[in-house]
Design a protein around this ligand. Structure first.
Ligand SMILES: [Zn+2]
Length: 357
């Protein structure tokens, strides 16, 4: 019953099928290049990393096991100890050198280029699992790290105590300030803002007996006024909650980090590193070029197109049989528009996306 079909009804499905097939072909090409890259193995990945010459500062919150009933936020904030260990091992085996945050601070302050690919590990908020779960892993791999403390929460339920902080300090863990109460600093008046910056610094220095030079903005919120007060409080650097890799030209008081989420797999972790390096204008890290989560999104679009094609063919049949010219005039342009939009979405679904954190 393929009646009344006009030229549009014929070419639109054909074009869309081509577009729909083109996208998987594009992905297949990408997958092929990934598998080729993977087959080159660790040696090849190390070679790419060795050319990166930039610094990555990873930002974690919690390292622990979460129950399946935990909230989405808790799952996002919490990396499992098993996954954390895999990530640390991956960094070491993948050619990165895990360094103290102060090494990156010094390079940025002096404007020196990074001559080797280095990574620093940081934790925000001072959760007790940093001591119970992350610290043993860090010690096992002799990996340094920095924990940004919210001083009012130290010693409270679920958070580190000063004794644990001092013990970690003896084994190479550094501490920075994450303010006194974890408030949005951009909303505070001068006395409160200075209190958050200065009291937290002094309190940590008094407890650990060492200078605190790094500050991490609570919730990543800052502006030029806050930056001025951070400088005046005596910090050398301040860290954001996102932004990718660190380059020597970055503002020392708005330095980027790479957030690691509990939802990250080793593949997405690898992709974040590779993406951050290439976005920093360094040599492209070819060992992973597509975001695994975006690949899934691509398949959703393609499925939508197939549905649209099916719907389109069905409508051509039914309109031909049952409906009059008026309904055809109204519905056909709508279908074609929807159809075209879906096809364009599939065509331009990128396999490479920026870090939106
Ligand atoms: Zn925080």
């Amino acid at each position: 019953m393929f009646q009344r079909h006009n030229s549009t009804a014929v070419w639109l499905p054909i074009v869309s099928v081509i577009l729909c097939m083109g996208s998987p072909l594009y992905t297949l090409k990408s997958v092929k290049s990934q598998s080729e890259s993977a087959s080159q193995g660790l040696k090849s990945r190390k070679a790419f990393v060795a050319q990166a010459n930039c610094a990555i500062v990873l930002m974690y919150h919690r390292v622990n096991y979460v129950s399946p009933n935990a909230s989405a936020i808790e799952k996002d904030l919490t990396v499992s100890p098993k996954e954390f260990e895999r990530q640390v091992r991956y960094l070491i085996q993948g050619g990165f050198k895990i360094v103290r945050l102060s090494e990156i601070e010094d390079a940025v302050i002096k404007g020196l280029p990074f001559t080797k690919p280095i990574v620093a590990i940081t934790f925000d908020d001072g959760y007790i699992d940093n001591y119970e779960k992350a610290f043993p892993i860090l010690r096992r791999y002799s990996a340094p790290a920095t924990i940004f403390l919210v001083t009012d929460t130290v010693g409270t339920r679920g958070h580190l105590s000063w004794e644990q902080i001092k013990e970690m300090k003896r084994f190479g863990i550094d501490f920075g300030s994450h303010s006194v109460r974890h408030l949005d600093l951009t909303r505070l008046k001068l006395p409160q803002l200075d209190f958050e910056l200065r009291y937290s610094k002094a309190r940590i220095e008094q407890q650990i007996g060492d200078k605190v030079t790094a500050f991490a903005y609570p919730a990543g919120e800052y502006n030029s006024f806050v930056i001025g007060r951070v400088k005046a409080a005596g910090y050398k650097t301040a860290w954001r909650k996102s932004g990718g890799a660190v380059t020597p030209s970055d503002n020392p008081f708005a330095l980027p980090r790479l957030r690691v989420s509990g939802n990250d797999t080793l593949k997405s972790f690898e992709w974040k590193l590779s993406n951050a390096i290439s976005r920093a204008g360094q040599k492209p890290a070819k060992w992973r070029t597509s975001n695994p989560s975006k690949d899934k999104q691509g398949w959703v679009y393609r499925l939508a197109i197939l549905c649209a094609i099916a719907g389109k063919c069905g409508c051509v049949f039914s309109f031909g049989c049952e409906c009059g010219q008026t309904r055809q005039r109204i519905f056909r342009p709508l279908q074609s528009t929807l159809f075209g939009c879906l096809a364009l979405l599939a065509l331009f679904t990128p396999s490479e996306r920026g870090d939106k954190q």
